[in-house]
Design a protein around this ligand. Structure first.
Ligand code: DON
Length: 582
């Protein structure tokens, strides 16, 4: 076996350069710029931004260049993406941010996830005979929206940790909405594809020309209603959105279309600062989102399991390494289905899920030669231990402040509902609740009674920025969209850098795999060789060879080695860009 690994190690060295693995092993401080790498990160001397929209990345980089900190830039980017990337950037959704505040040497997890309206009920998507109906109402209606948290979340970080005012960070977004943006290939294709936006009159007016036709590449696209909403927030603060003029329009539209969100729901919305869930991998520190996101807990759990195997020796993309990663994913997603929920309503055994001891026991169940079927794996008994769209961006400034934000409308363009007179596209994140424990959610994920619909509860999420630090210094911030695949994509970024010694560009580009326990299918991206696939199938992994998965996730990563800044936007989504500050 060892001899086999030595040969594989040689292959890795040839493919990724001799200096690469030394980064993982000795923590040297300058291993990130490698002439021999296949893909190269963008570099900067004073900061870095990576997001899914080039124009918005440039706006955030400009704020850094003018002396704003990463928090100012991160908030401005969040508002700008609501204008430039309407399929996912939003003020009508919610999400999770990690903020590293250099001066206070602390990392905070900001939960601005949507909450179920007070009138939401467990059976709200059931028919009269008690059957679950996943129809238009469930997916694309006013009822599919939970109370949005994005405005409160972005305002919160500016007020607590920024140097600029809320009005100042809103200014670029207001300008883009009012004066218009040039339609990119990405936006034109998105809108042409999303014909269901035409079902709602306010969406039709917002996203299409007066004659109902599509905007073409290069045309000017203005969003006057959204400009009004953003200006109200700039002038009157978050209260405009949650209690004032904007809230009134949201509630009037909800009342007119059987939606559940009330003035009281909006007024009661609260951003929650949480302690990040923490772990280690090969001596590096990991911080990520705790419940109600499952993202951080299970990235750490998978890394803990994988730490028990000599993956670097097996080699990146080798059948051995991919097989073990797939097995670790099965155990983690099985636990996710049972234990995750909103910690303000149910007890989530996070400490146990991320314990090294529990991971060791799970690792011992993994056989190198034979895959476990999902039926052989059940959520652990912890008692004995105790297109779809979302978007992520990462920002780092010259002081080492970092922001990672993953926020969403859930599906591409969310519920498709635009609130009359506001330009606000609403989320359909009620779809992340578990309707019944034998029925998967909108992303095929199983859940337990911990995630049933309850008034004011936050649905379990997979979204999580991930921060890697070394000796107390923040090193890398990453994150991704992709629904259930967010967790596996984030884990593979961390693994590719820390275990396989890749730079962040190679680490983002190499093909990924995904297994979420149920269904019992190992999804693979194109680029994994047929020989490798054959060896995985031989071991019992269920792979549908003819149906390779579309790109899994889209990692937006920044890295700081203490001197230089590195950034990389995953090529899996069009129009993304990392921009460095010199
Ligand atoms: O919170 C979640 O896990 C989902 N609402 C995320 C949706 C998503 O990532 C869709 N993206 N591509």
């Amino acid at each position: 076996m060892l001899k086999k690994y030595s040969i594989l190690l040689l292959t890795v060295l040839i493919a990724f350069g001799p200096s690469a693995p030394s980064f993982a092993q000795d923590g040297a401080s300058q291993p990130l710029f490698e002439y021999s790498a296949i893909n190269h990160p963008v570099m900067g001397k004073r900061g870095m931004v990576a997001s899914h929209n080039a124009l918005s990345s440039e706006i955030a980089a400009e704020i850094l260049a003018k002396g704003g900190n990463a928090i100012d830039a991160g908030a401005a980017l969040g508002f700008a993406l609501a204008v430039t990337l309407p399929r996912a950037g939003n003020i009508g959704g919610g999400g999770f941010m990690l903020v590293h505040v250099a001066e206070q040497d602390k990392t905070i997890a900001i939960d601005f996830r949507e909450t179920a309206p007070a009138a939401a009920r467990q059976d709200m998507f059931f028919d009269a005979s008690g059957n679950v109906v996943m129809d238009q109402t469930y997916r694309f209606s006013h009822k599919s929206s939970a109370v949005p948290g994005s405005v409160a979340g972005l305002a919160h970080i500016v007020e607590e940790y920024g140097t600029m005012t809320l009005a100042e960070v809103l200014a670029p977004a207001i300008r883009l909405a009012r004066d218009g943006i040039e339609v990119t290939y990405d936006l034109a294709a998105d809108l042409a594809r999303s014909q269901r936006l035409k079902n709602n009159p306010a969406s039709l007016r917002k996203f299409y020309k007066p004659d109902g036709s599509n905007y073409q590449v290069g045309e000017l696209y203005k969003q006057p209603d959204l400009a009004w909403t953003l200006s109200e927030i700039a002038e009157h603060g978050v209260a405009a959105f949650y209690r004032g003029s904007v809230a009134e329009r949201i509630v009037a539209d909800m009342e007119a279309h059987n939606g559940l969100i009330t003035m009281e729901d909006l007024a009661n919305y609260e951003v929650i600062e949480r302690e990040p869930v923490r772990g280690t991998f090969r001596g590096y520190d990991i911080a990520a989102m705790p419940a109600p996101s499952s993202g951080g807990t299970h990235v750490i759990q998978m890394l803990n399991i994988l730490e028990n195997f000599p993956l670097a020796e097996m080699g990146p993309e080798s059948a051995d390494a991919l097989h073990i990663m797939a097995e670790a994913m099965k155990f983690s997603y099985a636990d996710r289905s049972k234990y995750l929920g909103d910690p303000d309503f149910v007890k989530v055994p996070t400490e146990t899920l991320v314990s090294k001891e529990y991971a060791k026991d799970l690792a011992a169940k993994i056989s190198l030669d034979q895959a476990l079927s999902s039926d052989e794996i059940a959520p652990g008994n912890l008692a004995i231990y105790e297109s779809d769209e979302t978007t992520h961006y990462s920002v780092v400034d010259s002081e080492g402040n970092m922001v990672g934000n993953t926020y969403t409308l859930m599906f591409s363009f969310g519920s498709g509902v635009v609130i009359e007179g506001t330009g606000i596209l609403m989320n359909n994140n009620m779809g992340n609740f578990t309707l019944r424990s034998d029925i998967p959610d909108a992303f095929g994920l199983m859940g337990s009674e911990n995630n049933l619909i309850r008034p004011n509860r936050r649905p379990v999420s997979s979204m999580s920025p991930v921060l890697v630090s070394r000796n107390g210094q923040p090193l890398l911030m990453t994150g991704s969209p992709g629904g259930s695949k967010i967790i596996s994509a984030n884990m593979q970024m961390v693994l590719n850098v820390l275990e396989f010694g890749m730079n962040i560009a190679d680490a983002a580009v190499v093909p990924r795999i995904h297994h979420q326990w149920r269904p019992d299918v190992l999804e693979i991206e194109s680029g994994i060789s047929p020989d490798t696939v054959a060896r995985l199938i031989e071991r019992g992994q269920n792979i549908n060879f003819s149906q390779r998965s579309a790109g899994m996730g889209s990692l937006q990563t920044v890295m700081w080695d203490g001197t230089l800044f590195y950034g990389y936007s995953d090529p899996r989504r069009p129009g993304a860009e990392a921009v460095g500050v010199d």
